[in-house]
Design a protein around this ligand. Structure first.
Ligand SMILES: [Zn+2]
Length: 137
């Protein structure tokens, strides 16, 4: 299952490509700016996360996807890199993926000339993950 950290990381990546979260109860969309501050999530990001968590992620979803944040946090779903663009996507832990990656409707993505969205939080952990991924190849 996707942890809150994974879902926050997922959102941070897509926010960097300008994808907002649609909030529950017609509370509009949320696209924090800046996303990071001093190597951590910004206050704007935390405020946005808080607005999502008001309904525990129920009926809140990344624009262009149909799984709510609440669904992503349930045991049946996991976060994994997209095969096409390496951005994090949510997939069912059992069964097959029927949804397209949100990159599907970004005409400018994948864009090999733009820097990849990054994770600002816990660089050490990020490096460790990278090293493990490289070792696994
Ligand atoms: Zn993709």
């Amino acid at each position: 299952m996707a942890s809150q950290d994974q879902v926050r990381d997922f959102l941070a990546h897509w926010f960097q490509l300008g994808k907002p979260v649609v909030l529950a109860e017609g509370r509009g969309e949320c696209l924090p700016d800046p996303i990071f501050q001093n190597g951590r999530y910004s206050q704007a990001f935390e405020d946005c996360w808080h607005r999502i968590m008001v309904t525990s992620g129920q009926d809140c979803y990344l624009k262009g996807t149909s799984q709510s944040i609440a669904t992503m946090l349930s045991p049946a779903w996991d976060v994994t890199p997209c095969a096409r663009c390496e951005m994090p996507i949510v997939i069912p832990t059992a069964g097959t993926m029927t949804e397209l990656c949100p990159c599907n409707d970004l005409t400018t993505w994948p864009n090999t000339e733009a820097p990849m969205p990054r994770t600002a939080v816990d660089n050490q952990q990020h490096l460790t993950d990278l090293r493990q991924r490289l070792r696994a190849v």
